[in-house]
Every structure is written in C-alpha cells, then in structure tokens.
Write a protein that binds this ligand. Structure first.
Ligand code: MG
Ligand code: MG
Length: 248
C-alpha cells in the first residue's frame, strides 16, 4: 500500500532530507586517499546525531554502520572498514537520517583522488539517468515512465542497469511501497499522484548488470568485477512537479 504524505508530513520529510544531504556533504569532505571508510562513517554518524537525528541504516536489518560505503566494483551495501581509500577509487556513499518520524535516503558516487575517464563517465551517466527519471516523476505519469527513462539513458551510454535492487517509496519506513525499478516500460505501473515520496536510485554497472552478494551477507558487487556507480535522492511528487528533499 502506498502511503501518501500530507503537507505537514512533507515538511517533516524536508527536515530529514536536509540532514541526509548534509551527511553526504560530510562524506565528500572526508573521502581522500589514506582516509578510511570507518572514519567517514564515524564523521557521518557524528553529524547526523549532532543534528538531532538518527542514522536510518544503523541496525537496519542488522547493518552495523551509519552509512553504506561501497568501492569500485562494489555496487551497494558496503560495510565501512579500516582499509584506507586509494587514489583512483570510485566511492559510493549511501546514507539516511531519521527525525520527526520520517526518513531521508540519498546516495552519491565520489572520486577519490584521480579516477579513470571511465569512472568519470560512469558517474556522469548515472547522475544524468537519475535526472531523466525524475523528469517523469509528475502527477498523471506512471511509475514505468520513470523506470524506462533511467534505463534508456544508461543503455544508450553502453552501460547496464542493476536489476536485483530497486528504488522505493519512503516515509515513516525507510522502504515503503511502491518498488521502483531502474528498468521497465513506459506507460506501465502505478499512476503517480501528489503526496507520493520515492527514493529514485539508479545503480549502474560498466559491464554486465548481474551482481552477487559477498560472504559478509551485505556487500553487493558486480558479477564481472566492472565498476559500478550509484545516485539517489528522496523525491516528493507534488502538483508543481518533483521536489528533491535531499538536495545538496
Ligand atoms: Mg539509499
Ligand atoms: Mg534507497
């Protein structure tokens, strides 16, 4: 069941979204060669708690950290560790903040030092696919219009969309209905209405779309070992068009 948000609830989600966006700013300041994912995670947790919020991911399904930090061929759900970042790493940070009864959820792909041209292009295409999808997040369209727009940008660039993990509704729960795949057919799926809030999050591989989960039962990696990127925002669908709640 899709839980629509009223104006008062949307105001609360704006606060959660602002803190979530701030956490990604903190991440961007801390990611550099020699720093560790654990140190970035600690800085994110400190920031979120200082803002009076709780890290949405900490303890979620048993997840042991405040942010997912996934490097190079890791797609999502990387567990922060003490292995230093290296020059050229492609670093995905996914984070959420919970306050006032609502969650924000957002992810970015950061460049650690000097990354390859392929990594830069992958990040750009992933980001552009998000905005192509968001353009379709308007009242009267269908969910499949968003999915198809994301897929088209990604596949036109010669990359592939991860299929096993999808975007989602968000609100008082981190993951709500509906599921929002990054692939699909225009004109299909649920009709979009004002008050829907969704986390649109393309996960894009340079190579094949297939993924596997590592032995830690969390970290998802591309099956062929190719680079992967991620871009996510929490978006409210309003009568005036889509509104990014996690705007940086
Ligand atoms: Mg996320
Ligand atoms: Mg999400």
């Amino acid at each position: 069941m899709i839980k629509l948000k009223n104006p008062e609830q949307l105001d609360k989600m704006r606060i959660a979204g602002r803190i979530t966006a701030g956490a990604l700013m903190v991440a961007s300041e801390h990611i550099k060669p020699g720093a560790t994912p654990l140190s970035v995670d600690r800085a994110i947790r400190h920031y979120i708690e200082k803002e009076g919020a709780k890290p949405s991911f900490l303890g979620y399904g048993g997840f042991p950290a405040s942010a997912c930090i996934s490097i190079n061929d890791e797609v999502i759900h990387g567990i922060p560790n003490d292995k230093p970042f290296r020059d050229g790493d492609l670093v995905k940070v996914d984070v959420g903040a919970y306050i006032g009864g609502f969650h924000g959820d957002s992810a970015r792909t950061f460049f650690c030092g000097n990354v390859s041209e392929e990594a830069k292009r992958l990040e750009e295409v992933t980001r552009l696919s998000f905005f192509a999808g968001m353009e379709k997040a308007v009242v009267g369209n269908r969910l499949g219009d968003i999915s198809a727009a994301v897929q088209e940008v990604v596949e036109n660039a010669g990359f592939s969309v991860v299929r096993d993990y999808v975007g989602h509704g968000i609100g008082s729960d981190l993951h709500e209905d509906p599921e929002l795949p990054n692939f699909g057919r225009a004109g299909r799926g649920v009709r979009l209405t004002a008050g829907m809030v969704i986390a649109l999050e393309p996960m894009v591989n340079v190579g094949d779309w297939r993924v596997k989960v590592l032995d830690n039962d969390w970290t998802v990696v591309s099956l062929d070992g190719s680079l992967s990127a991620h871009y996510e925002n929490t978006i409210a669908i309003t009568e005036n068009g889509p509104e990014i709640l996690t705007k940086i």
